[in-house]
Write a protein that binds this ligand. Structure first.
Ligand SMILES: [Zn+2]
Length: 115
């Protein structure tokens, strides 16, 4: 792991192709507190800050109060979290179903062996 002068970190981990974020919804808010504060002033509570009228976040970008790149990073992180978290939830559901199937197969085999 190498620390860059800009404050970033470069991590070389042989064998790992990519790292993903999962279930970090609670961590995004504190990191992007400025956007969260602006979002509270959006016209719609479920604003995605894309094209919605009365969006305080988009207005802040237009007025150069908030950087467009920062907003893009925020949206990208939220999108990645949603996708990865959904994928993890699907994997867990598949694992649960597989576990049930194995349990049922064992039960059927045991019933067959005793008859
Ligand atoms: Zn908004």
């Amino acid at each position: 792991m190498h620390q860059l002068p800009s404050g970033g970190l470069v991590i070389d981990v042989p064998g790992i192709r990519e790292l993903r974020v999962v279930e970090i919804r609670g961590s995004i808010g504190p990191v992007f507190e400025d956007i969260g504060f602006l979002a509270m002033q959006c016209q719609f509570a479920d604003c995605n800050h894309v094209i919605e009228p009365g969006c305080a976040v988009l207005q802040a970008v237009e007025e150069n109060v908030l950087g467009g790149r920062r907003l893009a990073n925020y949206k990208k992180l939220r999108r990645e979290n949603v996708l990865a978290t959904a994928t993890l939830a699907e994997k867990r559901a598949r694992d649960r179903e597989f576990g049930k199937m194995v349990k049922e197969a064992k039960r059927l085999k045991q019933t067959k062996d005793t008859t």
